[in-house]
Design a protein. Structure first.
Length: 173
């Protein structure tokens, strides 16, 4: 009937793939759709996926590429609201402060262009090297560094405090 090896893989990796796709897409339902479509493709090509050196990385690459290509098909029909929910990991430190910080960062991340967002998620969420990110995105490591630099500059610019100065006229004698 089914493929027990694939079923074990899907059961073991589903939560991580959903968290990853949610961070990428900024929308839990879209992330679920992405992962569902990718797992269906992975099931159909399971012999190829299972033969890969790192099947998890192979499927994560499939999720990333599906996310990048879905832009054409769903962006004209759907409006994605910024990060209503994100699957929770174990809480650490000041829970309230971390929730506020995470929410602010995810909202700013959601405003980045897709490739820039993908690079940051792969680098800081998945902890991949530039060469590994380049493999996932199908570009060079130099291009990855360019995307990352522009994305980080954008995030820094968005988080810069606004300085308000007022000039008070002084009397001169």
């Amino acid at each position: 009937m089914g493929n027990p090896e694939f079923e074990d893989f899907a059961r073991r990796e589903l939560d991580g793939l959903l968290r990853y796709a949610t961070v990428l897409a900024g929308d839990r339902e879209l992330a679920g759709d992405l992962v569902q479509d990718v797992l269906l493709k992975a099931y159909r090509k399971w012999s190829l996926v299972a033969a890969a050196e790192h099947p998890r990385a192979y499927v994560r690459t499939m999720v990333t590429r599906a996310y990048l290509s879905w832009r054409r098909s769903w962006s004209t029909r759907n409006v994605v609201l910024p990060f209503d929910e994100l699957p929770e990991g174990p809480p650490t430190g000041d829970h309230a402060g971390s929730v506020v910080d995470r929410d602010a960062m995810l909202r700013r991340l959601a405003e980045l262009p897709r490739r820039q967002r993908s690079v940051l998620v792969l680098r800081y969420y998945e902890h991949l090297t530039d060469a590994e990110i380049a493999d996932v995105l199908g570009c060079s490591a130099v291009t990855v560094r360019g995307y990352a630099a522009r994305a980080l500059a954008s995030l820094r610019a968005d988080s810069a405090p606004v300085l308000v100065t007022s000039t008070v006229p002084t009397e001169r004698s």
